[in-house]
Design a protein around this ligand. Sequence first.
Ligand code: NAI
Ligand code: MG
Length: 358
Amino acid sequence: NTLKIGMIPADGIGREVLPAAQRTLEALGSSIPKPEFIPLLAGWDLFQKTGTALPEETIRTLKEECDGAMFGAVSSPSHKVAGYSSPIVALRKHMDLYANIRPVASVPGQDGKQINMVIVRENTECLYVKQEEVTTLPDGTKKAIAIRQITERASSRIGRMAFELALKRGQEREINPSASFWKGPPKVTIIHKSNVLSATDGLFRETVRSVKESDEARYSSILLEEQIVDSMVYRLFREPEIFDVTVAPNLYGDIISDGAAALVGSLGLVPSLNAGDSFAMGEPVHGSAPDIEGQGIANPIATIRSTALLLSHLGHTEQAARINQAVNSVLLEGRFLTPDLGGKSKTDEVIDAILKKL
Ligand code: NAI
Ligand code: MG
C-alpha cells in the first residue's frame, strides 16, 4: 500500500520549495500509505539543455505510474522562443487537469484582511489556447490577434467543480463555523465580462448558470451570484470576506488569484491543485522567482499547503487538516518566517518549524 507521487521541481525556486512536499508527506508517517517519490523532468532549464521542455517520459510516468503529482515552478521567457512552450500549460492539457483550485485564506486570529475564499480557475482554454498571430498591415505596422476559446463542455465541468466545492465548504462550515468569514449559505460567484464579451464570457456565464439549473435537486442550497471581473477586483480588495467560491475563465482566474495572494501577505503562501476527473497535481501559485533564486529564502508554505490539497483530494482529509493547522500555528507565532513575510528565516527553518508542529 503506497502513494506514488511524481515530483516535478522544474525551475528556479521550484527546486528549493518542492523538497518541502516530500518532507511533509514523510513526516505523516503511517497515518497515510507509504509515499514513494518519482523524480520527473520538465522546465525551461531542461529545454535549454535538451531542446525539450516536457519529455514524453514525464507524461507517460504520470499517467501510468503515479497516484498524484507535485509541481514546483517553471520559468518562461517573456519573448517567443522557437520550439518552447510552457510545460505547465502543456501538462494541464495532457493530463486533462481542467480545474485549478486556489484557496486563498488569511490565518484566523491574525490582523489584516479577512479572507477565506477559493478561486476555481478554468485550466484548459480561454486565451491560454495560445493561438496567436502577428501580421503586417498594408501601412507596414503590425497587428496581433489572439483566439479566446470558451466551450460549453469546459465551462460546464468547471461550473460543476465549483458547485461541488461550495457544498463541501458549506459542510465544513457547519462543523467549524469559525473556519471562514462568509457566514451565509454555500455561495458561488461567477466572474465574467459578458457585458462586453457577450459571445465568450456570455457562454461561460450561461453555461455555469445552467449547471445549477439542470441539477436543482443537488444545488438548491447554493446562492449563485455573479460579478463583472473589474468590479470583482474592486470588491475583492475592499471586502474580501464576502467571497466563498468564485469560478472564472482561465485568464481572469490567473490574475485574480495573484491579486488575492497580496491580501494574505505573500504569493509564497498560496497553494493550488490542478485537478481532473482522474488525476491531480499540487502546485504553488507562484512562479520560479528568479529575484530570490539560490538564496534559500523561498517561502515553502505555498508548496506545503498544495501538498495538503493533494492529500485531501486523495481522500486523506484529516492529514490535510493537520498540515494546515501546523502551518497556521507557525504563521500565528511568527517566529519562523521567510523574508517575504518580513522574517529572517530560511526555507528549511520554516519547514522544520512546521514539521515540528505536525
Ligand atoms: P513569481 O511568482 O515568480 O514572483 C513574483 C514575486 O513574488 C517575486 O518578487 C518573488 O520573489 C515573489 N515570490 C514568489 N514566490 C515566492 C516564495 N515562495 N517565497 C518568497 N517570495 C516569493 O512571478 P514572476 O516574477 O512574474 O515570474 C518569474 C518566472 O516564473 C517567469 O518566468 C514566469 O513565466 C514564471 N511563472 C511560472 C508560474 C508557474 O510555474 N506556474 C506561474 C507564474 C510565473
Ligand atoms: Mg499566475
